[in-house]
Design a protein around this ligand. Structure first.
Ligand code: KG4
Ligand code: ZN
Length: 346
């Protein structure tokens, strides 16, 4: 029986998880709130803080799971994409542990792990499915034909969906990360208050572009609420209506693409993952589809933002369903590149 210890440190989270095959026994996540005062992640501070906590977090994960290190037979870690300093902390910690303890080491692509996070705890997955991964760093749409067999349909050509939320929040003077703040304010806002444009891309209808929407918010505020752009006094603008309208534009762009792909490829299993999949408007739109003949899969909340359980689960799937993976890409490059989707070129 595979007993897996997984480590994730691709951005500002430090996470360790223990799994017995597909079952998660523990999933400890340590987040870094101190980046808030900078309005975004400071990579150097993130990796230094991770160095301090990684050992403690790993021991905690083993303890909660009731598993001794000697009982672990596989060690998995995020190989990329992500922040280089942060990745080095977790990857080298895990790889050194595996080498010195003579365990199997499995490197895992972070984006691929988000994709499979919708199915954590299951032994089998409903194929084919369309995977939409929407996070702070990534927005991609992929057709998953079987375990590790993909057709990459589209990706963002500039900002990620989560980035569009975070940058809008910054313009509105809201705290970082912006997604949850905009989500909350939108609850009682009028989403038809204003139409923010999102680009349609001629070259590939499944690609996304979110940098324009942030600029249109900037111009909208400048042209209609010039006092606000100086004072940043949120009580001077209809912030709830602006948030709801902005959120609607992003979610519509995501929905449009996945529905078009569903139509073209005749696939009605839709799996949406990554931090933005926590968004309540996104969830309600997708759950509406479930009332028709779509099957919708979301990760559990604790497996949605960055976590090691999804790394361990993907390692388990690799072990079970993918041959020749162990030495594949164990080097650090090119997976440390920000947009390494090479795992989807199957
Ligand atoms: O998956 P994740 O933790 O990190 C990356 O791998 O990037 O995603 C973080 C992103 C942030 O941009 C955050 O604003 C967004 O997910 N997010 C949300 C919500 N919760 C988190 N965006 C919209 N609505 C939310 N409720
Ligand atoms: Zn992530």
């Amino acid at each position: 029986m595979e007993c897996i210890l997984a480590i994730e440190t691709s951005c500002d989270e430090t996470s360790a998880s223990v799994l017995l095959q597909h079952k998660v026994l523990s999933n400890v996540i340590s987040s870094q709130s101190f980046h808030q005062e900078y309005g975004g992640i400071v990579p150097e501070l993130a990796s230094r803080a991770q160095l301090k906590v990684i050992d403690r977090i790993t021991k905690e994960a083993l303890q909660i799971a009731g598993i001794k290190l000697r009982d672990i037979n596989i060690i998995a870690a995020t190989q990329g994409p992500g922040l280089i300093g942060s990745l080095l902390v977790g990857f080298n910690y895990a790889k050194s542990a595996a080498l010195s303890l003579n365990k199997i080491f499995i490197p895992v692509n972070h984006v691929e792990a988000h994709l499979y996070s919708c199915f954590i705890g299951r032994e089998n997955i409903n194929f084919p499915f369309l995977g939409l991964i929407v996070s702070g760093g990534h927005t991609i749409l992929v057709l998953v034909k079987n375990y590790f067999q993909y057709k990459l349909l589209g990706q963002t050509i500039d900002d990620a969906a989560g980035e569009a939320f975070d940058k809008a929040a910054k313009l509105l003077g809201l705290p970082y990360p912006g997604g949850p703040e905009i989500d909350k304010l939108s609850e009682t806002g009028n989403e038809l208050f204003h139409t923010f444009p999102t680009a349609k891309l001629k070259k590939n209808q499944y690609n996304f572009s979110f940098s324009g929407i942030k600029t249109s918010l900037l111009y909208f505020l400048r042209d209609n609420y010039s006092d606000f752009t100086i004072s940043k006094d949120i009580s001077t603008i209809p912030v709830k209506d602006i948030c709801a309208s902005y959120q609607r534009a992003i979610i519509s762009a995501l929905l449009e693409r996945i529905l078009a792909a569903s139509n073209e490829y005749k696939v009605k299993n839709l799996a949406v993952s990554g931090g933005v999949s926590l968004n309540s408007k996104l969830r309600s739109e997708f759950l509406n589809l479930a009332k028709r003949d779509y099957k919708i899969f979301f990760p559990e909340a604790s497996f949605t933002t960055d976590n090691a359980a999804m790394i361990g689960y993907t390692a388990y799937l690799k072990m079970k369903h993918k041959r020749n993976f162990i030495n594949e890409n164990t080097v650090l490059e090119p997976a440390f590149a920000r947009f390494d989707y090479s795992c989807f070129n199957s």
